[in-house]
Design a protein around this ligand. Structure first.
Ligand SMILES: Cc1ncc(COP(=O)(O)O)c(C=O)c1O
Length: 405
């Protein structure tokens, strides 16, 4: 039976509702602390974290090596501004470009800000390097690119995300997901760039077909517009490669990342090829906190650990194990699960009916995941999660679905 909320929880919720802008639909849960792949609520109840702060805490909570870097770097240098050369920032950029085909990095504070930088760069590159009046950015239906005015306009979803924010910026076109003819028809002389995810995360964990993404890159090359990939959620080993576009041998002109970069400290980055980087000049784009000392030192350690411990390989292997376990439940309990899909440790289990009761029961049993679009259980566990935790989640899910939730 569900336990009544404690007085401590009720009191926190009423204080939250009084002083915070109510922009989030929160789960009925208040988390006090977290370590590794475990979270603990106000009353000390333990949960297995299969969400990792929405693909952020990839190395788990309170990682000891990151805590060490954080505190020692804080003693040396926290922030000085981008008016100065900073060793930790350069070191991180060198490590990031070594993981991919891009040559230069711009650091910022969030995913939306990284996409905002990519959109601005694409337009300015066309104007100042190519001398073309090409400003349009093409994105896909179902995509999610952020909540700033430009990135929410780029986002291919309706509903609350855009409602009430008119007038939205001009120069954005959305085409249907997976329809290559629609993409071909949309790309024209005014196209600056196409921006796509490899797996639509907020869209409900929808991997894009390999043939389609290759064709999109080819179309961009033929049309001489930029091919840009949003790796904010898929990047940094999450899908079983360091970057998700590497599954398909793609070489984007620009890609963006954030979430897992500093394992919970706010940091985003845009990575670009050398010739495209010429679209920015000193003074054309900036951000106060981008690439600060502590952020860069922590992110640098994140990259080291990911490479040292082959977390991409771990995400691939654990992802396959989890997908197999969920597909077995799907086969054993016909009519309960519509589809199981994903790449690495980015997994969506689309239930055949509404998912709220199943999601709540999982939480009750101590498992934290996300419910997207009311029916997709979305799993983005820390990449260091134990195999047994994933199997325990699968067993709990099978048990709940058997009981006709
Ligand atoms: C693919 C993608 N792009 C952009 C964003 C926006 O990132 P942020 O919330 O850090 O601005 C997100 C966040 O969920 C995302 O998943």
């Amino acid at each position: 039976m569900t336990k009544a909320p404690s007085q401590a929880y009720n009191s926190l919720v009423s204080r939250d509702k009084k002083v915070l802008c109510q922009t989030y639909g929160r789960y009925p849960l208040a988390i006090e602390r977290a370590v590794g792949s475990r979270m603990f609520d106000l009353d000390g109840k333990e949960y297995v974290d299969l969400l990792a702060g929405i693909a952020v805490v990839n190395l788990g909570h309170s990682h000891p090596e990151l805590l060490e870097v954080m505190s020692s770097q804080a003693k040396d240098l926290i922030h000085i501004s981008n008016l100065f050369y900073q060793p930790k920032q350069v070191e991180l950029a060198e490590k990031l470009v070594a993981t991919c085909d891009c040559d230069r990095v711009f650091f910022c504070n969030s995913g939306a800000e990284a996409n905002e930088a990519a959109i601005k760069l694409a337009r300015r590159f066309m104007r100042t390097v190519r001398y073309k009046d090409a400003c349009e950015i093409i994105t896909l239906s179902g995509s999610f690119h952020g909540r700033t005015l430009a990135t929410l306009t780029a986002t291919g979803q309706g509903g609350r995300i855009k409602e009430g924010f008119d007038p939205l910026p001009e120069g954005f076109v959305t085409v249907p997901f997976g329809d290559i003819e629609a993409m071909r028809a949309a790309i024209g002389p005014r196209t600056a760039a196409v921006l796509i995810e490899m797996v639509q995360g907020e869209g409900g964990v929808l991997p894009l077909p390999e043939a389609y993404v290759r064709q999109v890159q080819d179309l961009c090359q033929e049309a001489n517009c930029l091919f840009m990939v949003d790796e904010i959620q898929t990047g940094l080993c999450r899908t079983g490669k360091f970057w998700a576009h590497q599954h398909f041998g793609l070489t984007p002109d620009v890609f963006t990342t954030a979430k897992g970069l500093a394992n919970g400290l706010p940091m985003g980055a845009m990575l670009v090829k050398e010739h495209v980087a010429r679209g920015f000049a000193p003074g054309s784009h900036a951000t106060t906190f981008g690439g600060g000392g502590v952020l860069s030192a922590v992110a640098s350690k994140v990259v080291d650990i990911m490479l040292r411990d082959d977390l991409a390989g771990r995400a691939r292997d654990l992802g396959n194990l989890a997908l197999d376990a969920f597909r077995k439940i799907q086969a054993d309990l016909p009519g309960k699960i519509k589809t199981v899909r994903g790449l690495g440790l980015m997994i969506g289990i689309e239930l055949s009916g509404p998912g709220e009761a199943v999601h709540a029961e999982l939480r009750e049993r101590g498992f934290i995941c996300n419910l997207a679009h009311g029916k997709v259980l979305r799993l983005l566990p820390p990449l260091v999660i134990a195999e047994d935790d994933l199997l325990a989640f699968a067993a709990a899910l099978g048990d709940i679905l058997k009981q006709d939730k």
